[in-house]
Design a protein. Structure first.
Length: 278
Protein backbone atom coordinates (compact mmCIF):
# COMPACT_ATOMS: atom_id res chain seq x y z
CA UNK A 1 0.00 0.00 0.00
CA UNK A 2 1.50 3.32 -1.08
CA UNK A 3 0.93 6.66 0.59
CA UNK A 4 -0.44 8.16 -2.66
CA UNK A 5 -3.51 5.87 -2.46
CA UNK A 6 -5.33 8.18 -0.05
CA UNK A 7 -8.19 8.64 -2.53
CA UNK A 8 -9.26 5.05 -1.85
CA UNK A 9 -10.63 6.18 1.52
CA UNK A 10 -13.56 8.52 2.00
CA UNK A 11 -12.86 11.43 4.34
CA UNK A 12 -15.59 11.52 6.98
CA UNK A 13 -16.32 14.20 9.54
CA UNK A 14 -18.08 14.31 12.88
CA UNK A 15 -18.60 17.18 15.31
CA UNK A 16 -16.85 16.45 18.59
CA UNK A 17 -17.86 19.16 21.05
CA UNK A 18 -17.40 21.88 18.45
CA UNK A 19 -14.28 20.37 16.87
CA UNK A 20 -14.96 19.15 13.33
CA UNK A 21 -13.05 15.88 13.39
CA UNK A 22 -11.81 14.02 10.31
CA UNK A 23 -11.45 10.26 10.13
CA UNK A 24 -11.31 7.43 7.64
CA UNK A 25 -12.46 3.88 8.15
CA UNK A 26 -12.33 0.50 6.49
CA UNK A 27 -13.40 -3.05 7.28
CA UNK A 28 -15.94 -4.59 9.61
CA UNK A 29 -15.84 -6.22 13.01
CA UNK A 30 -14.50 -5.27 16.41
CA UNK A 31 -13.62 -1.53 16.42
CA UNK A 32 -9.93 -0.63 16.20
CA UNK A 33 -9.07 3.06 16.58
CA UNK A 34 -5.65 4.21 15.35
CA UNK A 35 -4.11 7.35 16.88
CA UNK A 36 -1.16 8.89 15.04
CA UNK A 37 1.93 10.51 16.53
CA UNK A 38 2.74 14.19 16.83
CA UNK A 39 5.52 14.69 14.30
CA UNK A 40 5.32 17.43 11.69
CA UNK A 41 2.97 16.46 8.85
CA UNK A 42 1.28 13.70 10.84
CA UNK A 43 -2.34 12.69 10.32
CA UNK A 44 -4.44 9.56 10.49
CA UNK A 45 -3.92 8.41 6.91
CA UNK A 46 -0.28 9.42 6.57
CA UNK A 47 0.76 7.47 9.66
CA UNK A 48 -1.40 4.38 9.16
CA UNK A 49 -1.73 4.03 5.35
CA UNK A 50 0.34 0.83 5.22
CA UNK A 51 -1.62 -0.88 8.01
CA UNK A 52 -5.15 0.18 7.09
CA UNK A 53 -5.85 -2.55 4.49
CA UNK A 54 -4.22 -5.17 6.73
CA UNK A 55 -6.25 -4.32 9.83
CA UNK A 56 -9.41 -3.92 7.74
CA UNK A 57 -9.36 -7.66 6.99
CA UNK A 58 -10.36 -8.35 10.60
CA UNK A 59 -11.57 -5.14 12.25
CA UNK A 60 -13.62 -2.02 11.73
CA UNK A 61 -10.52 0.14 11.48
CA UNK A 62 -10.77 3.87 12.15
CA UNK A 63 -7.86 6.30 11.72
CA UNK A 64 -8.63 9.69 13.23
CA UNK A 65 -6.86 13.04 12.92
CA UNK A 66 -6.13 14.42 16.40
CA UNK A 67 -7.12 17.98 17.22
CA UNK A 68 -4.75 20.36 15.45
CA UNK A 69 -3.58 17.75 12.92
CA UNK A 70 -4.62 16.77 9.41
CA UNK A 71 -8.13 17.87 8.45
CA UNK A 72 -9.49 18.03 11.99
CA UNK A 73 -10.11 21.56 13.24
CA UNK A 74 -7.19 23.51 14.67
CA UNK A 75 -8.65 25.85 17.30
CA UNK A 76 -6.90 29.19 17.81
CA UNK A 77 -4.09 28.59 20.34
CA UNK A 78 -5.12 31.77 22.14
CA UNK A 79 -8.42 30.05 23.03
CA UNK A 80 -7.32 26.41 23.24
CA UNK A 81 -4.50 24.71 25.14
CA UNK A 82 -2.87 21.97 23.07
CA UNK A 83 -2.21 19.81 26.12
CA UNK A 84 -2.15 16.05 26.53
CA UNK A 85 -5.43 16.26 28.46
CA UNK A 86 -7.05 18.11 25.54
CA UNK A 87 -5.90 15.39 23.14
CA UNK A 88 -7.15 12.40 25.14
CA UNK A 89 -10.45 14.10 25.97
CA UNK A 90 -10.96 14.85 22.27
CA UNK A 91 -10.36 11.18 21.36
CA UNK A 92 -12.60 9.95 24.20
CA UNK A 93 -15.40 12.24 23.03
CA UNK A 94 -14.81 11.13 19.43
CA UNK A 95 -15.36 7.50 20.46
CA UNK A 96 -18.55 8.48 22.28
CA UNK A 97 -19.87 10.56 19.38
CA UNK A 98 -19.18 7.67 16.99
CA UNK A 99 -21.46 5.54 19.16
CA UNK A 100 -18.80 2.90 19.63
CA UNK A 101 -18.76 0.37 22.43
CA UNK A 102 -15.40 -0.51 23.98
CA UNK A 103 -12.70 -0.13 21.32
CA UNK A 104 -9.18 -1.39 20.86
CA UNK A 105 -6.88 1.63 20.94
CA UNK A 106 -3.59 1.71 19.02
CA UNK A 107 -1.32 4.70 19.55
CA UNK A 108 2.12 5.62 18.25
CA UNK A 109 4.36 8.11 20.09
CA UNK A 110 2.20 11.07 21.19
CA UNK A 111 -0.78 8.99 20.07
CA UNK A 112 0.28 6.30 22.53
CA UNK A 113 0.24 8.77 25.40
CA UNK A 114 -3.16 9.96 24.15
CA UNK A 115 -4.51 6.39 24.04
CA UNK A 116 -3.16 5.77 27.54
CA UNK A 117 -5.00 8.82 28.84
CA UNK A 118 -8.25 7.49 27.38
CA UNK A 119 -7.62 4.05 28.91
CA UNK A 120 -7.07 5.49 32.39
CA UNK A 121 -9.63 8.28 32.43
CA UNK A 122 -12.34 6.54 30.39
CA UNK A 123 -11.84 2.81 31.01
CA UNK A 124 -15.37 2.07 29.83
CA UNK A 125 -14.31 3.11 26.31
CA UNK A 126 -11.17 0.99 25.96
CA UNK A 127 -11.14 -2.80 25.67
CA UNK A 128 -7.43 -3.26 24.90
CA UNK A 129 -4.48 -0.90 24.58
CA UNK A 130 -1.64 -1.16 22.08
CA UNK A 131 1.30 1.19 22.62
CA UNK A 132 3.87 1.44 19.84
CA UNK A 133 6.99 3.54 20.40
CA UNK A 134 4.80 5.31 22.93
CA UNK A 135 5.41 8.55 24.76
CA UNK A 136 4.29 8.70 28.37
CA UNK A 137 7.40 8.01 30.45
CA UNK A 138 9.55 10.68 32.07
CA UNK A 139 12.80 9.73 30.33
CA UNK A 140 15.73 11.76 29.12
CA UNK A 141 15.61 12.43 25.41
CA UNK A 142 18.62 12.53 23.12
CA UNK A 143 18.10 16.17 22.16
CA UNK A 144 20.93 16.18 19.62
CA UNK A 145 19.56 13.12 17.82
CA UNK A 146 16.05 14.53 17.87
CA UNK A 147 16.96 17.98 16.55
CA UNK A 148 15.35 17.25 13.14
CA UNK A 149 12.07 16.54 14.96
CA UNK A 150 12.10 19.24 17.63
CA UNK A 151 13.62 21.85 15.32
CA UNK A 152 11.79 20.99 12.11
CA UNK A 153 12.22 23.88 9.67
CA UNK A 154 9.25 23.26 7.31
CA UNK A 155 11.45 22.52 4.27
CA UNK A 156 11.47 19.31 2.23
CA UNK A 157 15.08 18.78 3.27
CA UNK A 158 13.97 19.15 6.88
CA UNK A 159 11.25 16.56 6.32
CA UNK A 160 13.83 14.11 4.95
CA UNK A 161 15.97 14.64 8.07
CA UNK A 162 12.90 14.11 10.27
CA UNK A 163 11.90 10.85 8.57
CA UNK A 164 15.48 9.55 8.78
CA UNK A 165 15.48 10.02 12.56
CA UNK A 166 12.15 8.20 12.89
CA UNK A 167 13.02 5.16 10.76
CA UNK A 168 15.73 2.50 10.59
CA UNK A 169 18.89 3.01 8.54
CA UNK A 170 17.78 0.74 5.71
CA UNK A 171 14.29 2.25 5.30
CA UNK A 172 13.68 3.54 1.78
CA UNK A 173 12.13 7.00 1.97
CA UNK A 174 9.98 7.67 -1.08
CA UNK A 175 9.51 11.05 -2.73
CA UNK A 176 5.74 10.54 -2.34
CA UNK A 177 6.09 10.24 1.44
CA UNK A 178 8.28 13.34 1.63
CA UNK A 179 5.86 15.36 -0.52
CA UNK A 180 2.78 14.15 1.38
CA UNK A 181 4.08 14.88 4.87
CA UNK A 182 5.73 18.14 3.86
CA UNK A 183 2.50 19.41 2.28
CA UNK A 184 0.61 18.61 5.49
CA UNK A 185 3.24 20.30 7.63
CA UNK A 186 3.07 23.59 5.74
CA UNK A 187 -0.73 23.73 5.59
CA UNK A 188 -1.47 27.16 7.13
CA UNK A 189 -4.33 25.61 9.10
CA UNK A 190 -1.93 23.38 11.00
CA UNK A 191 1.18 25.52 11.39
CA UNK A 192 -0.06 27.45 14.43
CA UNK A 193 -1.53 24.38 16.12
CA UNK A 194 1.66 22.37 15.57
CA UNK A 195 3.78 25.19 16.99
CA UNK A 196 1.42 25.42 19.99
CA UNK A 197 1.56 21.65 20.50
CA UNK A 198 5.37 21.60 20.47
CA UNK A 199 5.45 24.67 22.72
CA UNK A 200 3.24 22.86 25.25
CA UNK A 201 5.51 19.79 25.08
CA UNK A 202 8.59 21.91 25.77
CA UNK A 203 6.95 23.82 28.63
CA UNK A 204 5.50 20.66 30.18
CA UNK A 205 8.91 19.02 30.05
CA UNK A 206 8.00 16.30 27.55
CA UNK A 207 5.00 14.03 27.15
CA UNK A 208 4.87 12.01 30.33
CA UNK A 209 2.61 10.80 33.11
CA UNK A 210 3.61 9.90 36.65
CA UNK A 211 4.53 6.25 37.06
CA UNK A 212 1.57 5.63 39.40
CA UNK A 213 -0.71 6.88 36.62
CA UNK A 214 0.81 4.48 34.09
CA UNK A 215 0.56 1.64 36.60
CA UNK A 216 -3.17 2.33 36.93
CA UNK A 217 -3.82 1.08 33.38
CA UNK A 218 -6.04 -1.98 33.85
CA UNK A 219 -6.62 -3.01 30.24
CA UNK A 220 -4.67 -5.79 28.62
CA UNK A 221 -1.85 -3.92 26.92
CA UNK A 222 0.59 -4.77 24.14
CA UNK A 223 3.82 -2.75 24.25
CA UNK A 224 5.55 -2.64 20.85
CA UNK A 225 8.97 -1.07 20.36
CA UNK A 226 11.62 -0.95 17.67
CA UNK A 227 15.08 -1.95 18.83
CA UNK A 228 16.55 1.02 16.96
CA UNK A 229 13.99 3.63 18.03
CA UNK A 230 15.86 6.91 18.67
CA UNK A 231 12.78 8.66 20.09
CA UNK A 232 11.54 6.00 22.51
CA UNK A 233 14.45 3.72 23.46
CA UNK A 234 14.01 0.04 24.20
CA UNK A 235 14.39 0.75 27.92
CA UNK A 236 11.07 2.60 27.81
CA UNK A 237 9.28 -0.52 26.60
CA UNK A 238 10.82 -2.48 29.46
CA UNK A 239 9.65 0.18 31.92
CA UNK A 240 6.10 0.14 30.57
CA UNK A 241 6.04 -3.64 30.95
CA UNK A 242 7.33 -3.34 34.51
CA UNK A 243 4.69 -0.78 35.47
CA UNK A 244 1.64 -2.33 33.79
CA UNK A 245 0.40 -5.56 35.37
CA UNK A 246 -1.58 -6.76 32.34
CA UNK A 247 1.03 -6.14 29.66
CA UNK A 248 2.77 -8.11 26.94
CA UNK A 249 5.78 -7.02 24.90
CA UNK A 250 6.68 -7.27 21.22
CA UNK A 251 10.15 -6.03 20.27
CA UNK A 252 10.96 -5.52 16.59
CA UNK A 253 14.58 -5.76 15.42
CA UNK A 254 16.05 -3.34 12.86
CA UNK A 255 13.07 -1.06 13.49
CA UNK A 256 12.89 2.61 14.43
CA UNK A 257 9.98 4.71 15.70
CA UNK A 258 7.54 3.95 12.86
CA UNK A 259 6.91 0.21 13.07
CA UNK A 260 3.55 0.68 11.32
CA UNK A 261 5.35 2.11 8.26
CA UNK A 262 8.69 0.30 8.41
CA UNK A 263 7.23 -3.20 8.92
CA UNK A 264 3.44 -2.97 8.49
CA UNK A 265 2.90 -6.72 7.97
CA UNK A 266 4.84 -7.68 11.09
CA UNK A 267 3.25 -4.95 13.19
CA UNK A 268 -0.34 -5.56 12.08
CA UNK A 269 0.05 -9.32 12.51
CA UNK A 270 1.32 -8.88 16.08
CA UNK A 271 -1.51 -6.50 16.98
CA UNK A 272 -4.18 -8.68 15.36
CA UNK A 273 -2.90 -11.81 17.11
CA UNK A 274 -2.85 -10.00 20.45
CA UNK A 275 -6.45 -8.81 20.08
CA UNK A 276 -7.72 -12.19 18.94
CA UNK A 277 -5.95 -14.17 21.67
CA UNK A 278 -6.41 -11.83 24.62
Amino acid sequence: MNIENESLYEKKYIDVDGINTCYIEAGEGEPLVLIHGGGAGANGYGNWFACLPLFAKSFRTIAVDMVGFGLTDSPDPSDFEYSQKARYEHIANFIKKMGLEKVNLVGNSMGGATAMGVAVEYPELCERLILMGSAGLNTELDIAALKPVLGYDYTKEGMIRLIKVLTNDSFQITSEMIDYRHANSVDPKNEASYAATMDWVRKAGRLFYEEDYIASVQQKTLVVNGKDDQVVPLSSAHKFLELMDNSWGYIMPHCGHWAMIEYPDDFSSAVSAFIKSH
